[in-house]
Design a protein. Structure first.
Lengths: 451, 130
């Protein structure tokens, strides 16, 4: 689930810190004022006044390099997507993809597997380095688009995500239109249920954002539905009023979706499992967005597979191999003996769960608190130092590591935001909005074409 | 040691040779922007001419619209005389210089819009922020 910020039980050190940090009181007040204005709009995303850090600047030159890096990494994933679709079942098994995900990923989907793509990058001496991808249920959509726009508007700075924010409705509408055609219906005939679990408020905010975005485009009948309210039979999936849902837009990881199932209408103690869900999809009684294959691509094993193909000079051409070496940290299926420091990552770890940093002697140097299923296979990734910056937080100035999240919409249209925190990236990290530092024009000026 | 890697290599080696051949055929959105200029500067006259015609076609459409290659060819019939390879290089060169970009489609989208991986690539003039 895309819940990035664990609610802290700590309180700001209002009484002790101001003497040390002159701007600290101002920081707290600014964040409290922002929270008071917007908490109603995004109650699951702004859980307390200090969920967001102060906005961070990005130089246009850096932004352009990031566009190029993200585009190139995505092109590698598009190639590996094509490769995996021709691969035998044993390869999926060997990669550690769960059986239900393999099964569902074989559905012919009308929607691109890259509809919702978020890539994480860190700045290094060699430029932007790609850390990992989120295709299945990427999260951060509200923070990247809606909140970033509001923050940039409030401080009167240029929003780097504005173009992507404008392109997103079109992107989502095209996916729904494709799904409608696949089902043999018109878009306006389709009922689009954007589904999220009721216990993850951040996912609910994201689902409602998708609903609002889809409704901003003509003809789409989209609405929010709780995961727990879904019911099914052999003909389809239904909402709380027994209305048949044509397109199920899932704001939920596929594996969790399979684990919970959907209760039958007349026999709530029996659930529709992944095989029956597959049948509904292949019979074109239901279309699922985001695609099931997105869950395959999200596995960390795919990064290791890309490196294996690169090392063995298979499938990827020389230009692609150059991109792999330039952007992707080396990732292995087996524990490397030659690296002084590496990161152990579970295949489907999320929010940092199960991640360990290990030295050559096997000592664990860093680990996250969040536990993960220890039976899940891991990959081993070259350690990349994440740059730290002294940053004001509700606890005073802290040395925080910054990771850049990139939400891809189109070639030049992508949304960015920072996440920052201590140790390994996990649910306790803050989100930091971004603005363009060297944007010459006024924020309200429309995007223009230049040659 | 490296057991898993060896098992995976065995599986991949048994896959059809056709799958493992690096394909040069550009699929939707597959073409990365090249790292180095795809043509010398200044480009050969044929490519210069093709680039001018492509830009001309894209300049004529509203900012929120885009064109497929087929639509560009319909508008600029002179482009039909350009070889496929020169057309390919012209597009790459224009993308390399951030003059045009691949995009997902128009806004508002047409009724028959399709997001399938097989959809024809669309192009428009590169949009700059600010």
């Amino acid at each position: 689930m895309a819940s990035y910020r664990v609610k802290s039980t700590r309180e700001p050190r209002l009484n002790s810190v101001p003497t040390l940090y002159p701007n600290f009181t101002d920081y707290l007040w600014r964040h409290q004022r922002f929270y008071a204005r917007y908490r109603e709009r995004w109650p699951g995303t702004l859980c307390d006044p200090y969920d967001l850090l102060d906005p961070q600047q990005v130089k246009y030159h850096d932004f352009e390099k990031l566009v190029s890096a993200a585009h190139n990494v995505l092109s590698l994933y598009r190639r590996i997507n094509q490769f995996l679709k021709s691969a035998p079942y044993q390869l999926y098994e060997e990669l550690g993809i769960p059986a239900e995900v393999i099964y569902l990923s074989q559905c012919d989907s009308p929607v691109s597997d890259f509809l919702l793509t978020r890539l994480d990058f860190v700045r290094s001496d060699e430029g932007w380095k790609f850390l990992e991808c989120n295709f299945d249920n990427p999260g951060l959509m509200v923070e990247t688009f809606a909140i970033n726009e509001v923050v940039c508007s409030e401080i009167g700075r240029c929003d780097p995500n504005r173009a992507a924010s404008r392109a997103l409705p079109n992107r989502l509408h095209r996916a729904i239109a494709s799904a409608a055609r696949h089902l043999g219906k018109r878009v306006d005939e389709c009922r689009v249920g954007v589904c999220s679990p009721s216990n993850y408020k951040r996912d609910t905010d994201a689902a409602r954002y998708v609903v609002d975005t889809l409704r901003s485009v003509r003809q789409v009948n989209a609405y929010h539905v709780w995961l727990e309210e879904l019911r099914a039979d052999e003909v389809g999936v239904y909402d709380w009023e027994d209305r048949k849902i044509d397109v199920l837009f899932r704001g939920y990881p596929l594996r969790e979706f399979c684990r919970l199932g959907i209760p039958y209408k007349n026999r709530p103690n029996i659930t529709l499992d992944y095989r029956q869900l597959h049948t509904l999809c292949t019979q074109r009684k239901l279309a699922i967005v985001n695609t099931a294959f997105a869950a395959v691509l999200e596995s960390k094993a795919v990064q290791a597979l890309i490196w294996l193909l690169c090392d063995e000079e298979m499938y990827f051409g020389p230009e692609d191999r150059q991109l792999v070496r330039r952007y992707m940290p080396r990732t292995f299926f087996d524990r490397p003996r030659h690296l002084e420091k590496f990161v152990v990552k579970p295949m489907y770890g999320c929010e940092g769960s199960g991640i360990r940093v290990i030295d050559s002697t096997g000592n664990v140097m860093e680990r996250t608190i969040a536990k993960h299923d220890s039976r899940e296979l891991c990959v081993y990734q070259q350690y990349i130092e994440i740059p730290s910056i002294a940053t004001m937080t509700e606890f005073g100035i802290q040395e925080l590591r910054f990771v850049m999240s990139v939400f891809m919409v189109n070639d030049s249209e992508l949304g960015i935001c920072y996440r920052a925190g201590e140790g390994i990236t996990d649910a306790s990290w803050w989100v930091a909005p971004v603005y363009l530092a060297d944007c010459k024009n006024d924020l309200r000026r429309p995007i223009r074409k230049t040659l | 040691m490296d057991e898993r890697r060896r098992r995976i290599i065995t599986i991949i080696s048994s896959m059809s040779a056709l799958t493992l051949v690096h394909t040069l055929r550009p699929l939707y959105g597959l073409e990365p922007i090249p790292e180095v200029p795809p043509v010398p500067n200044p480009p050969p006259p044929t490519i210069q001419r093709a680039e001018a015609l492509i830009l001309d076609a894209l300049k004529k459409i509203p900012e929120d619209k885009s064109l497929t290659m087929e639509e560009i060819l319909t508008q600029q019939s002179a482009l039909r005389a350009v070889s496929e390879q020169d057309m390919h290089l012209s597009i790459l060169d224009l993308r390399f210089h951030s003059k045009i970009e691949e995009c997902d489609g128009d806004f508002p989208p047409p009724e028959e819009a399709c997001d399938h991986n097989g959809t024809a690539t669309r192009f428009r003039l590169w949009r700059h922020i600010g």
